[in-house]
Structures are given as structure tokens and as C-alpha cells.
Design a protein around this ligand. Sequence first.
Ligand SMILES: CC(C)C[C@H](C(=O)NO)C(=O)N[C@@H](CC(N)=O)C(=O)NCc1cccc(N)c1
Ligand SMILES: [Ca+2]
Ligand SMILES: [Zn+2]
Length: 158
Amino acid sequence: GSKWPELKITYRITKYPSGLKKSKTDKDVKKAFDAWSEVSPLSFVQKTSRKQADIEISFESGDHGDEDPFDGPGGILAHAYFPADGGDVHFDDDEIWTVKISSQNINLFRVAVHEFGHSLGLEHSKVRGAVMYPFYTGADSDFQFHPDDINGIQTIYG
Ligand SMILES: CC(C)C[C@H](C(=O)NO)C(=O)N[C@@H](CC(N)=O)C(=O)NCc1cccc(N)c1
Ligand SMILES: [Ca+2]
Ligand SMILES: [Zn+2]
């Protein structure tokens, strides 16, 4: 629920994953924001300064200071807050994050696209195959939004 009042949104990665290179993390996070830019009037800028950003992203383990502690490897992979609640995104640092198309490990881009959907105001979708479907179904080489995702973001931001 809720939406961002401006179309230019800033983000900052405040804590990086323990098992993935910073450069690879920056790249997949940017790719996930770029995917949403392609299907909406939104644009995203990474803040590297210590200055506050709209969407703050961090990789956390277990109890990390909000009411939703993570659960170790598997299970919950990440969670995100809706715009009205700040829009921040936490990834579970106990997952094995990868930028590869892997069956074993968790593809950062695919999860980030899903989480950023929440940060932009989208709820879970009932449509299997939609990015906003509640369950991670692995990553394939050619990523595509489902019409349900596109309808969702365009309903909010036009
Ligand atoms: C109740 C929520 C905190 C669950 C949490 C989620 O939906 N976060 O957005 C989550 O991590 N769900 C897992 C469920 C699971 N373990 O299969 C998930 O994969 N969600 C992220 C995700 C990533 C990529 C694609 C899709 N469809 C879903
Ligand atoms: Ca987990
Ligand atoms: Zn979700």
C-alpha cells in the first residue's frame, strides 16, 4: 500500500552481504531498480554519501532491530517496507546470495526486483509467474515482468 510522492527516488546500501562482492551487489541492485524504471515513470539514484536516502538497503542476520527477525538459511529471504513505512529493504545475510543463474543459491537480482516492488507499494500477487508472487521460483536467464506486475505498478504511478 501507499506510494512515493516524487518519481525520482534515492537508495543507499548501508550494509553489504558477507558473501558477495560489493561491486556485484551494487550492479544487481541497480539492475533491479532499472527493471522497475522500464515499466514505470520512476527513476532511481544510488547515494554513496552518508546522507539519508529514500530506500535504505542492508543485509542482516537474525534479529536486526525490527520486529521481523530473520530465520537463518532458507525460509524468509528478505523483507521490505511499503513507502508509508519508509520503504527500506533487508536481505537475509544467512542466504547464499549470487549474481549467477543458480539452482542452489539465491539470485540477488530476482529477490531484489520482488522486494523493490514492495518498497514501491506493491503487495503480493496471486498470479504464479508474477514477480510479486510470494514464492521465489529460481532465476532464469531472460527476466520478464508478468502483466500483473506491470498493471500493479502502473495503477500506482501511472
Ligand atoms: C512474509 C514475508 C516476509 C516473506 C518474504 C517476502 O515475501 N518478502 O518480500 C519472503 O522472503 N518470502 C520468500 C518465500 C520463500 N522463501 O519462498 C520469498 O522467496 N520471497 C521473495 C521472492 C523473491 C523472488 C521472487 C518471488 N516471487 C519472491
Ligand atoms: Ca532465511
Ligand atoms: Zn514479498
